[in-house]
Design a protein around this ligand. Structure first.
Ligand code: FES
Length: 64
């Protein structure tokens, strides 16, 4: 978690089902190439399991 190149916009339907970002993730989300939105997350920090099967997210127009 040192680059923020994995920035994604999680679809609204899934955002509330994810744990809140850690302090480190929150800080990294301030350094993304594209604007941060309420649904912004670092995809490398999302731990997938059965409950998140089907999660969808979009990628920003710009990445580093
Ligand atoms: S912050 Fe570098 S891959 Fe996620």
């Amino acid at each position: 978690m040192t680059c923020a190149t994995c920035h994604v916009y999680v679809d609204d339907a899934w955002t509330a089902r994810l744990p809140a970002p850690s302090q480190d993730e929150d800080a990294m989300l301030e350094m993304t190439a594209a604007e941060r939105r309420p649904t912004s997350r670092l995809s490398c920090q999302i731990v997938l399991d059965e409950e998140l099967s089907g999660l969808t997210a979009g990628i920003p127009d710009t990445q580093y």
